[in-house]
Design a protein around this ligand. Sequence first.
Ligand SMILES: [Zn+2]
Length: 686
Amino acid sequence: MQQDNPLMDLSGLPRFDAILPEHVEPAVDAVLKRNRAAIRELIDTVARPEWDNFMAPLEQLDDDLERVWAPVSHLNAVCDSEELRVVYERCLPKLSDYSAELGQDRDLYEKIHHIRHQGHYAELGRAERKVIDNALRDFHLSGVDLEAADQERYREITSELSRLGNFFSRNLLDATDAWHIDIADESRLAGIPDNARAQARQAALEADIEGWRFTLHAPSFLAVMSHADDASLREEVYRAYVTRASETGPNGGQWDNGGVMLDILRLRRELAVLLGYTDYAAYSLATKMADSSEEVLGFIRQLGGKCREPGRREVRALRQFAREELGIQSLQPWDLAWASEKLRHHRYDFSQESLRPYFPLPRVLEGMFTIVGRLFGIRVEAAEAPSTWHPDVQFYRILDESGAPRGHFYLDLYARKQKRGGAWMADCMGRRRTDNGLQRPVAFLTCNFSAPVEGQPALLTHDEVITLFHEFGHGLHHMLTRVDVAGVAGINGVPWDAVELPSQFLENWCWEREALDLISGHVDSGEPLPQELLDKMRQGRNFQSAMQMCRQLEFSLFDMRLHTEFEPGGDATIQDVLNGVREEVAVVEAPAFNRFQNSFGHIFAGGYAAGYYSYQWAEVLSADAFSLFEEKGIFDAATGRRFLAEILERGGSEEPMVLFEAFRGRKPTVDALLRHSGLSPLEDAA
Ligand SMILES: [Zn+2]
């Protein structure tokens, strides 16, 4: 069966040169069918389940499905085509049905429950036990142990929630698309950069009108808010933007998310209570590193306490600058970004673009490999490329100190048509022990840098260098794992609020002199990044960092309070909660008409509900982990090997707090993050 379908050939790396859209659906159907039958047979035939006779075969089935789907999902992201998109979207519900069905499979649950409570659980290794614990937890979160009527209700709620999430996004998108401002008088464009003008011109041409058209989509909106000298233009755009999908503003009431948000919050609470949790935050935290809402709220308030005063100082400095240099007596909400840009330029006179010649891509890559080599004792080298999806794609292997292979990765660096924007790491294959020996991890590392132009290598901005380090950090987490059990190898099973630790951690080397000497070299002269430029970059790094932190904490606190104390349908409104949050942590007053909450897709339509704090949480961990290198030396080999052994190699096999403490020798503190952000009391005194 399926002999001629390259997706079904799991003997090695994916056969990218042979995979066609028509292979996708038959392969997915076949593997799902085979898995369903095989799981049923396992349940029926294995009377005394153990790891080897039950969990290991399940892992094999999981891996088969993953290995069929990983290249499809990757191709959908980097080689989009109409044909592929159609089959991809047709397969998504098949996959989610399959996993929903397994999540509520009582028989399957009981077999695993048996291993845990009557079987040989206690004799298993840490990783195997963790896989079993996670599986039982996830069964519980999928409603496996509910009565039939409640299971029915669970399924109703989850499907209604996914519908409402979509509805929220659609309202937001429609509201965003519906508004624009057309400008005929060029003098109103003063301050707006050329590329943003060109885009506005293009938008006007497409609409068949004269002049320039600005919209509420991010690039257009940001260009106006940060650069347009015309305050009335900024005000008009600001008012439209912050009232999107609400009952007020220019399109007030037309795509109002107000009711949708209440429905979402009500159903989330019902779901959590159905599963035995007090509120949705408790349900959300069941799979996260943070233990309780109290811990998260305490964390947010602690950081808020440290940032609010410095944040107020930054606001005062901005107001003073606006008065003295810009002639603005009273700074309005639509002046903030614009005045901040002026102040930034006034203080640190350099641009990201001016850094490009110092970061030719080959130099950056080679330097990055040297850095991780010194830290973790590994060697990264180009390997014979298997078949790929584009001629630009490179292939590398990672060897450890003894020369033994650890993993491989595809590197796809340049932006091109049919490739999704952004940068990310995805797994192609995970590490696991199989009947045929060890399966080693393979990663996809994808970026969207500008391609090289004739005769010159690609030149990166410093921000892009940081992006590359960030994704490579994720990649190392995936590839350097020593866990042989798929469910908790590499990034698998790592909680949402801990998964950014290795990636943000590795970014730190992009700011260190000694590391910059390895990754920078002027494209013409080879000269490393000048110290004077680095000083400016470092100062600019912390520009308004307290204001930004307060803003992020406002989002996090709002998210947590909505999912703990807020009673949908009670006396207090969502706006009341937000107002209370702002009184607690905000340093900039929001106008009464601001309806930011109606466009907060992260928590209403994305995966961040009762999880927005993860951004700051992971930043604390990564800054604190790096601070040990600051103490011991940023290339201290012993510290590097310890990070490798305690964090990178352990994947999801142990609680992240246990791993962190094993590496750092204590619990995390916020000190390093505050110091790196220029917010520690020490820094102030100096
Ligand atoms: Zn990341």
